[in-house]
Design a protein around this ligand. Structure first.
Ligand SMILES: C[S@@+](CC[C@H](N)C(=O)[O-])C[C@H]1O[C@@H](n2cnc3c(N)ncnc32)[C@H](O)[C@@H]1O
Length: 313
């Protein structure tokens, strides 16, 4: 199985700007690509979270290369404040999140994330709880259509949900291959060249792993953990996540959101913001990177800094 190529690594390091003596969190350890580079860049301490027990097990060798500097925590980044508090950490100089799944997960047919390989219809990053097969075999048709529409932006969601419900009456849908074929049979070929099941697979993965709520919880906690001068760097891969990150960072940095119902003209002065945006627009990967690593194509990087004087080291 191939490894995971870290996406926008140079841009992540520039935005995070790790420094000697700093304490950082990588909330999505994955293959440890960011983690290793951060530890090499500065003589800092890095806490790393992943909800996938396989990622944490793989990280042991990297922890061995940086004795006493890399600490791996198994759990969800939506619980980062609690996980760090248990470890006695209450403040950070930087947090990085690289959302979504790793190539280790995507390329392992046994994990059931991809229609490119036939395997059990699973998609659980943390290997527990409700699987994608549970969802497609039990959700009422209407609810299934809503999931596909809202989380996959699948415009033919009702048609797809109807086909899934008809198929599961014949026999439970247990494999990625069967689900992909059911979807393909009712959708025309995608003009973009993507498999017509792409959007539905994305929707199911987001639902199975409660990804949007995880991101919302993580952003709020990360901002609360940052020391003055501390930075939050987020790489996202689809518009639903990026929208959440963009809005959160904009509001934290005092960019006016929608006008308040009680103050439509924005006449009431706002408090001075505690954060500043480091990225006006989201950064995108360069052409060389997208050619060498097509999975980076949809990446967007946004970063935020807590204002105030940084900690002395
Ligand atoms: C894109 S990969 C990260 C790759 C990593 N930056 C690298 O360079 O190797 C995302 C990782 O985050 C983990 N992950 C996704 N959502 C998570 C969550 N809510 N809590 C903890 N880990 C999560 C996945 O299990 C996966 O291993």
């Amino acid at each position: 199985m191939s490894g995971h190529i870290p996406v926008m690594l140079d841009e992540v390091l520039t935005a995070l700007a790790p420094r000697d003596g700093g304490v950082y969190l990588d909330g999505t350890f994955g293959g440890g690509g960011y983690a290793g580079a951060i530890l090499e860049r500065a003589n800092c301490t890095l806490w790393a979270i992943d909800r996938d027990p396989e990622a944490i097990a793989r990280g042991a060798s990297l922890a061995g290369r940086f004795p006493g500097r890399l600490h791996l925590l198994h759990g969800e980044f939506g619980d980062m404040a609690g996980l760090l508090a248990q470890a006695g950490v209450s403040q950070l100089d930087g947090v990085v999140l690289d959302l979504g799944v790793s190539s280790f997960q995507l390329d392992d047919p046994g994990r059931g994330f991809s229609f490119r390989h036939d395997g059990p219809l699973d998609m659980r990053m943390g290997k527990h709880g409700t699987s994608a097969a549970d969802l497609v075999n039990t959700l009422p048709e209407r609810e299934l259509a809503d999931v596909l529409y809202e989380l996959g932006e699948e415009r033919a969601s009702r048609r797809v949900a109807h086909a899934i419900v008809a198929a599961r009456q014949e026999a439970p849908i247990e494999t990625t291959g069967r689900l992909a074929e059911i979807i393909r049979s009712v959708l025309p070929p995608d003009r973009s060249g993507n498999h017509p099941a792409t959007r539905s697979f994305q929707a199911l993965r987001i639902k199975v792993n409660d990804e949007l709520r995880q991101v919302e919880d993580a952003l709020a906690q990360a901002a609360g953990l940052l020391a003055p001068g501390g930075r939050l760097v987020v790489v996202s891969f689809h518009s639903l996540e990026d929208r959440i990150v963009k809005r959160f960072m904009g509001e934290a940095a005092g960019r006016a959101g929608a006008p308040s119902r009680h103050d439509p003209a924005g006449l009431v002065a706002r408090d001075a913001p505690d954060f500043r945006l480091l990225t006006g627009r989201a950064l995108r990967p360069g052409e060389v990177e997208t050619t060498e690593n097509p999975r980076s194509r949809s990446a967007r990087l946004r970063a935020l800094e807590r204002l105030g004087k940084g900690r002395d080291t």
